[in-house]
Design a protein around this ligand. Structure first.
Ligand code: F6R
Length: 250
């Protein structure tokens, strides 16, 4: 796998944006798998900057998101649809009809999840999947468990994730307790994966994901099975990795 060890969050964001830009330049009608959360905010910002400078064109790009809270409508400012619109889609020339986020308002689990998988299939699969990682090693909302879930599914969020997300809500009680998330097979089906990580509180998840056993207890560890992973991380997120050179053997 490839690792870019960057100094700061800004450096990380610029590097991650350049990997995405390269994908879009190489295949203008590519399918991007996208993530929300604080880790990729800077990456989206950079892409918007380069779009405004005339350096990148999203007109033919399609996108599909990893996850969405169950029950939240796209106009709810805590929904992941809202996040994508305000952080990225509203500021570039992507056709919003070509952007897909799991439908939080569809309460029928089979329908919501089946639709998301069908969309990915119809688009021909994801070319580049952007991921963040949770402090507990979750990817998408695949939380630590005793098994892997393959396809898009409904998840009960763990107390640690609810607590981590509470910073975006007035209080912890308002944080949705369930989400729809791509499954592990959905994520691993992407042709390329780009994972961004920043900060000390991600250091353990990064070390365990890439140098620990492949286990559903650390969902990010499945990335060791993917043939084309790029990790872009800042120094703090890499602080529990003994030697950056070891990534060559992952
Ligand atoms: C978001 C997602 C989550 C986040 C993870 C890290 O779409 O799927 O797995 O990537 O919770 O979140 P941040 O970046 O806020 O630390």
């Amino acid at each position: 796998m490839r690792v870019y060890a960057e100094k700061t969050y800004d450096d990380m964001s610029k590097r991650a944006a350049s990997v995405i830009a390269a994908q879009v330049v190489n295949k203008p009608d590519c399918v991007l798998g996208l993530a929300t959360g604080s880790s990729p905010v800077g990456t989206y910002k950079k892409l918007v900057e380069w779009y405004n400078a005339g350096d990148i064109d999203f007109s033919q790009v399609k996108s599909v998101n990893l996850d969405e809270y169950v029950g939240l409508d796209g106009s709810n400012d805590q929904s992941y649809r809202y996040f994508m619109d305000t952080n990225f889609f509203n500021h570039v020339n992507i056709d919003k009809n070509n952007t897909y986020v799991p439908q939080g308002t569809e309460l029928d689990e089979a329908k919501a999840c089946g639709n998301h998988e069908a969309i990915i299939k119809k688009l021909g699969g994801v070319d580049l999947q952007l991921l963040g990682i949770g402090r507990n090693g979750h990817i998408g909302f695949n939380e630590p468990d005793d098994h892997f879930t393959k396809d898009t599914h409904r998840v009960d969020l763990t107390p640690s994730t609810i607590e981590a997300n509470a910073r975006f809500f007035a209080n912890e009680d308002e944080v949705p307790k369930q989400a729809y998330s791509m499954g592990i097979r959905t994520i691993l089906s992407a042709k390329k994966i780009l994972i961004v990580a920043s900060g000390e509180d991600k250091a353990e998840a990064i070390a365990k994901s890439f140098f620990g056993p492949i286990t559903p207890e650390v969902p990010g560890s499945v990335l060791q099975l993917h043939p084309d992973v790029t990790l872009v991380a800042d120094a703090a997120a890499l602080s529990k990795v003994k030697d950056i050179a070891d990534f060559k053997n992952v």
